[in-house]
Design a protein around this ligand. Structure first.
Ligand code: OXD
Ligand code: MN
Length: 601
């Protein structure tokens, strides 16, 4: 082992401890340089993990194919090991921490045999920002190292910022020791789903992940640190760690508003974050597409930082039509995972736009032709791309203090009842709206179609403590600053369907029409009508110029279905019951007030 490039005693002792446990063949401290990145990419090409894409079509790009058992986050294998089950709450898996530690140490014993142990110092948030947090990930996966280099600020600069300070330790192994003389697999992992573990210790702020090399299971800065552990830190320190995109909308007059939006996975957050507005003269700029860390600034307003440095987006469905700016972002220096490979050495996926290739190699490495009955790309195939490559990245996206937030949006896929947009009457009503977010499942693959999964604040898989306490923390923000300075809160639903089952709203760039009204409400100019569920745009308040949606469809989009809302209130009430005594009284009161307003509607 070369000498550690740090004098941080805790860090050196921890790396030595894990190395003694996992017994790797060597230890490599990552410096985050281009040279290191390219050397690891070359190494993975030689092992068959990476395929280099056509240098003319996709310069600096690679394709990886994962093991068929290792294709997504594994929520049922994700644990929050707080001191008590009560603290983790009913929505998290829990095991007693001492028991889980013993289990993990047994699993990690010798698990890196024959492999290199990489030490990745990384910063979530701009280096040197007062809100940044330093983590150090130990991994035996070079795929993780190169992805972390895109997704975080990683290497010597982060180690330097750490100095002798404290860090969040993140231990990861693919769980596939390599015996001498054995050929390595292109995607080593633990194939048995029951042996994968994604574990968080909120009290000691540690992460341990075993058996998976994929996405949020393995790139530990993202969901594990920036959401699950950060949400615990945020509660203790009086800020918010959220599953939210951050965008800026600017009017033709130059008025700029930043908006944070939380939607459950698979609702188009990345598309909204870098949308091309249908309204002439309006612009959208992107600060982040997945995570927002939000603090109360010195002036009492809320400020948001994107702690990430790249996009880890779902490829299928991404096209010039659905997300032109993402397609531009991934032209170069991008890692694609589980997409299809064309004969020209380019990538392809379902709904990429344009004709399908006459043939391709699918995500499992098999020959594929259109109409063969299989998908060419895995539905959760991903691109990992530097955020700085996004043509509409906001000039302030790396601002150390963050950007001032004018509005919060919540939503989900709701074919019935929920109107296109409504505005909360107060902060508490806004928290009520966020607590009621959720999506109806759309495909059999996600479970039974048409079943509503409540996903409060889109944080169900990412909250590191009791969901009821999380909601109470949101309520408490109003008492920490001047209410007049708080962002306004809105609920949106791009996915409402007509009684005949057709989408009523075109979505994508036309969502800018809704965002425009939201900014007008913030500015105090947008026209609204008070309804039992919130303030809705008056019939003439939305800018519908050039839009081909009939008056009848608009009426349905903004209709209040009182009977549907009574059922909705009952359903929210049942969900609240699952949170027991941790549910803040303010939210029970909001539910009662909604019921009363509906009763007299
Ligand atoms: C993601 C998710 O990958 O929310 O961002 O699932
Ligand atoms: Mn996400």
């Amino acid at each position: 082992m070369t000498a550690p490039p740090t004098t941080n005693k805790k860090l050196i002792a921890w790396v030595n401890d894990i190395a003694a446990l996992a017994t790797p063949a060597s230890v490599h401290w990552c410096d985050g340089s281009d040279k290191e990145y390219h050397a690891l990419c070359d190494l993975m090409v030689s092992h068959g993990t990476f395929t280099r894409l056509n240098e003319k079509l996709r310069p600096g790009c690679y394709l990886a194919r994962s093991h068929a058992s290792d294709v997504a986050r594994v929520e049922d294998r994700t644990y929050i090991c707080a001191k008590s089950k009560e603290e983790a709450g009913p929505t998290n898996n829990w095991t007693e921490p001492t028991e889980m530690r013993a289990k993990l140490r047994a699993m990690f014993k010798g698990c890196m045999k024959g492999r290199t142990l990489y030490v990745i110092p990384f910063s979530m948030g701009p280096i040197g920002s007062p809100v940044a947090k330093i983590g150090v990930e130990i991994t035996d996966s070079p795929y993780v190292v190169v992805n972390m280099r895109i997704m975080t600020r990683m290497g010597a600069a982060a180690l330097n910022a750490l100095g002798d300070g404290d860090f969040i330790p993140c231990v990861h192994s693919v769980g596939a020791p390599l015996e001498p003389g054995r050929q390595d697999a292109p995607w080593p992992c633990e194939p048995d789903p029951a042996k994968k573990y994604i574990v968080h210790f909120p009290d000691t702020r540690e992460i341990w992940s075993y058996g998976s090399g994929y996405g949020g299971n393995a790139l530990l800065g993202k969901k594990c640190l920036a959401l699950r552990i950060a949400s615990v830190a945020a509660r203790a320190e009086g800020w918010l760690a959220e599953h939210m995109l951050i965008l800026a909308l600017t009017s033709p007059k130059g008025e700029k508003h930043y908006i944070c939006a939380a939607f459950p996975s698979a609702c188009g957050k990345t598309n909204l974050a870098m949308m091309q507005p249908a309204l002439p003269g309006w612009t959208v700029r992107c600060v982040g597409d997945d995570i927002a860390w939000i603090r109360i600034g010195a002036d009492g307003r809320l400020y948001a930082v994107n702690p990430e440095h790249g996009f880890f987006g779902v490829a299928p469905g991404t096209s010039a039509q659905s997300n032109f700016n993402a397609m531009e972002t991934i032209r170069r220096n991008t890692i694609f995972t589980n997409v299809a490979l064309t004969p020209e050495g380019d990538v392809w996926w379902e709904d990429m736009g344009g004709p399908a290739p006459a043939k391709a190699i699918d995500w499992e490495g098999n020959e594929w032709t259109p109409g063969c009955g299989r998908k060419a790309a895995h539905p959760n195939a991903r691109f990992t791309a530097p955020a700085a490559q996004c043509p509409v990245i906001d000039p302030e996206w790396e601002s150390p203090e963050g950007v001032p937030v004018s509005a919060f949006l919540f939503g989900g896929r709701r074919p019935g009842t929920i109107p296109l947009v409504s505005e909360a009457f107060s902060w508490e009503h806004g928290v009520f709206m966020g607590s009621a977010a959720g999506s109806e499942t759309t495909t059999a693959a996600l479970g039974k179609a048409g079943v509503l999964r409540r996903d409060p604040f889109a944080m169900l898989p990412f909250c590191g403590y009791h969901m009821g306490d999380y909601l109470a923390h949101w309520i408490s923000i109003a008492s920490r600053t001047d209410r007049a300075k708080l962002p306004k809160v809105f609920f949106v639903n791009w996915f409402r369907k007509s009684t005949e089952g057709k989408w009523l709203w075109p979505g994508y760039g036309d969502n800018s029409r809704v965002l425009k009204w939201i900014c007008e409400r913030v500015a105090g100019t947008g026209k609204a009508v008070k309804t039992p569920i919130g303030n809705l745009p008056t019939p003439d308040a939305l800018d519908l110029s050039g839009l081909d949606v009939s008056e009848e469809d608009m009426r349905q989009l903004l209709a209040i279905d009182v009977e549907g809302w009574k059922r909705e209130a009952d359903n929210i009430g049942s969900y609240y019951d699952t949170l027991g005594s941790h549910l803040p009284a303010a939210l029970r009161a909001e539910l009662e007030q909604l019921r009363q307003r509906l009763a007299t509607a």
